[in-house]
Ligand binder design. Structure first.
Ligand code: GDP
Ligand code: MG
Length: 300
């Protein structure tokens, strides 16, 4: 652990923002490692750290933060909103990711929730690589300044690696002085099964896009490390019978693609060959089934 003259800093960071704004890209960029995070599972009982970034004498603990949902139409959404709000209170700093051209009612909803917490909020405006000139951003920044008292407003590009250092410094500025919680070379404290489920889910989302029902669930039925290979068996649960062929694709080709892409990422993560078996099953209306949610660790 390298420590310079100053005391170490360490704390929790929540990256929030609507889908496709670049949250996963940002975390991967900061960690310099592909650790794809798409989790929509609420965790109210304990923090689950998705990514650990050690930079000089600071350690940033990126947390699993469920998204805020404008429609509390089923039990799952209610769980998720409750979990999301509690995370906002518990972290040391919130990074709210927005896009220059896409301010909408979802963002207003997040803002309303942020107004109820005292945690410092850094606003990061992503995808500035798409701008012709920086001046384009100024009116947007001026408007945002009137909406909330942000600790910082930082234009970035997660994909083009612009200003990520500046953002990390701003985050570190908000962290409390305390020793590191984790060894400096650790990049996640999630178990292998969790990481595997996330990587499969991410590929599902990439393949299906808007077609993917948000209540699709991936479970890992078996994960065994052998000396040169990891054997993984996973099930994709959809909530309606007609969603199953969508996930499978013609002659099962889509599922095959999902499996191949997930396997490549998993091999990169584990540093070994991976044998991945994927199943698709229908679990009707699980998003409203409290018993099923409990089974998978969602707490009320
Ligand atoms: P998430 O849903 O918030 O986790 O968003 P992702 O990280 O999955 O990113 C959504 C899409 O935006 C992907 O296609 C990314 O490659 C793209 N993206 C992320 N950051 C940037 C950026 O800085 N510039 C551009 N042009 N695209 C980006
Ligand atoms: Mg993501």
């Amino acid at each position: 652990m390298t420590q310079k003259n100053t005391s170490p800093k360490c704390g929790y960071v929540a990256i929030i923002g609507k889908p496709n704004v670049g949250k996963s890209t940002l975390i991967n960029r900061s960690l310099n490692k592909k650790l794809v995070i798409t989790s929509r599972k609420p965790q109210t009982t304990r923090h689950r750290i998705l990514g650990i970034k050690t930079k000089g004498n600071a350690q940033l603990l990126y947390l699993d933060t469920p998204g805020l949902h404008t429609k509390e139409k089923n039990i799952l959404n209610k769980y998720m909103n409750r979990a999301a709000r509690s995370v906002l209170h518990e972290v040391n700093v919130v990074v709210w990711l927005v896009c220059r051209n896409q301010w909408g009612s979802d963002d207003e909803f997040v803002l309303k929730n942020l107004k109820q917490v005292t945690t410092p909020v850094i606003l990061a405006i992503n995808k500035i690589d798409q701008l012709k000139s920086k001046a384009e951003l100024l009116p947007f920044i001026d408007t945002l300044k009137t909406k909330y008292s942000f600790a910082d407003i930082i234009p970035i590009s997660a994909k083009a690696n612009l200003q990520i250092n500046v953002l990390e410094k701003a985050i570190i500025h908000q962290l409390p002085e305390q020793p590191f919680y984790y060894a400096a070379d650790k990049i996640t404290d999630c178990g292998d099964a969790f990481v595997a489920a996330e990587m499969i889910r991410e590929k599902l989302m990439r393949q299906l896009g808007q077609e993917l029902p948000y209540d699709t669930l991936v479970t890992i039925d078996a994960l065994k490390h052998k000396s040169k290979i990891v054997n993984i068996s996973a099930t994709i649960f959809v909530s309606k019978t007609n969603q199953k062929p969508i996930v499978l694709g013609t002659k099962g080709n889509r599922l095959k693609r999902i499996g191949t892409q997930a396997r490549l990422d998993l091999e990169d993560f584990f540093g070994k060959k991976v044998f991945l078996q994927l199943w698709v099953k229908v679990k009707t209306n699980w998003a409203n089934n409290a018993a099923f949610l409990d089974y998978f660790g969602h707490t009320s």
